[in-house]
Design a protein around this ligand. Structure first.
Ligand SMILES: [Zn+2]
Length: 409
């Protein structure tokens, strides 16, 4: 069993110890010590990193896990059992984790008080942290006003700079403590209390006053398996998040020539204008294409009784535009329209014919290798490669073309 010095003092970042065991597993080579300040990954808090210096070298600790009560320090190189080491953890990394961890307790406590949310699953990541909250009635979100209220509550607790106490209570004492939720372990239950506003069982490391959390800011929430996943930042991470958001919004304001507070309105107005422009452009393209296609259609001369076959690629046309164009072209009684559009990643086709004609457009579409379907007088589909457009149109036209002698050229 490794003596966990971080339980006794979360601020101790250097120590001496003796190597009690060495080994290797799927994570790498490890060594255990008789005591350590290195925090092993657990309870959502990532492990510490740092160094172990000894007579003859220094080993970098890159991962820390707990196994059967022993803390395994993963290092490169071998340090023999019995060696005395002087360990040092990377303090900025640890303190950042302490800030996120206590910030999470304060946030979860406020969520419990304000909306009776039950929090599980802390995960402290590289840039932010998440918790999963079960809300009454299966809700998976809260409105903006409630989030502002919760954030204000949490940050008032931080500003009050309340003392934070961690201890292992006896069972009798534990039974009477007003914990926010039941402990997940039954033995060696450790309790962390922030003033009189928050108390919960936890084996992590925390600052010894709430003020050191600095700030807690919720970034956003999302639904996750019936729960509300809350993404948040504490301490310097909150400052960095604010800096990034402020820089981005200032740049957006400059681009839109709008003060920060007016940005949402400026963007909404720009979207409306853009949408109107897109509608105008679509209409214009369709009208231009239709004028050209009608002129082509009316210029085709074939023997009486044979259809006029119009095969054409319409630039920037999507399926909707092709369908509208084809519908116009086949209003005359002897027309077959074979249209291709190249607006998207995959070329699209519409094959249509006048109602009186016998040709089956659905069968024709399949015959020339277009994936799709429809009715005998109107079918549509797509192919994978834009290189197939000319082939499809040529084959389709060939399939319904009258013989040379019948076509008037
Ligand atoms: Zn904790």
């Amino acid at each position: 069993m490794t003596r966990r010095l971080y339980y006794e003092d979360a601020y101790q970042c250097a120590f001496s110890a003796r190597v009690t065991g060495v080994g290797a597993d799927e994570h790498g080579t490890w060594l255990t010590l008789d005591q350590s300040v290195f925090y092993p990954t657990s309870g959502g808090q990532p492990h510490d990193t740092g160094t172990l210096a000894y007579d003859g070298g220094t080993a970098r600790v890159t991962d820390v896990l707990v196994e059967d009560g022993d803390v395994r320090h993963y290092t490169e190189g071998n340090v023999p059992v019995g060696t005395v080491v002087h360990g040092t953890i990377d303090w900025p990394r640890r303190f950042d984790h302490m800030q996120q961890h206590l910030g999470e307790h304060l946030l979860a406590g406020a969520i419990a008080r304000k909306v009776q949310g039950y929090t599980i699953g802390l995960h402290i990541g590289e840039a932010d942290a998440t918790i999963d909250v079960t809300l009454p009635g299966g809700a998976v979100s809260l409105d903006t006003d409630m989030w502002l209220e919760i954030e204000e509550d949490v940050n008032r607790t931080i500003t009050a700079d309340l003392p934070v106490k961690c201890w292992f209570p006896e069972k009798a004492e534990l039974a009477h403590l007003p914990l926010r939720k039941d402990p997940t372990v039954t033995e060696h239950v450790r309790v962390v209390a922030a003033g009189d506003v928050e108390m919960v069982a936890c084996g992590g490391t925390h600052p010894n006053t709430t003020g050191q959390v600095g700030m807690v800011k919720v970034l956003y929430t999302e639904a996750a398996r019936g729960k509300m996943r809350v993404r948040f930042v504490c301490g310097m991470r909150a400052l960095r998040a604010f800096q990034a958001a402020h820089t981005a919004s200032q740049e957006a304001g400059r681009l839109l020539s709008a003060p920060l507070n007016d940005l949402p309105q400026a963007i909404a107005s720009m979207k409306d204008k853009l949408s109107a422009c897109q509608n105008d452009l679509t209409r214009l393209r369709r009208d231009t294409a239709l004028t050209a296609l009608l002129a082509q259609r009316d210029g085709i001369a074939v023997a009486p009784g044979y259809p006029r076959v119009l095969a054409h690629t319409v630039d920037n046309a999507d399926m909707d535009m092709l369908s509208a164009l084809a519908g116009e072209l086949v209003t005359q009684p002897d027309v077959i329209a074979l249209l291709a559009g190249n607006a998207g990643d995959h070329p699209v086709f519409v094959f249509a014919r006048s109602a009186q004609l016998p040709q089956d457009m659905n069968a024709l579409l399949k015959r020339v290798g277009v994936r799709g379907g429809g009715k005998p007088d109107f079918a549509r589909g797509s192919v994978l490669s834009s290189g197939d457009i000319q082939r499809v149109l040529a084959e389709a036209k060939q399939a319904i073309k009258p013989t040379e002698s019948e076509e008037i050229t």
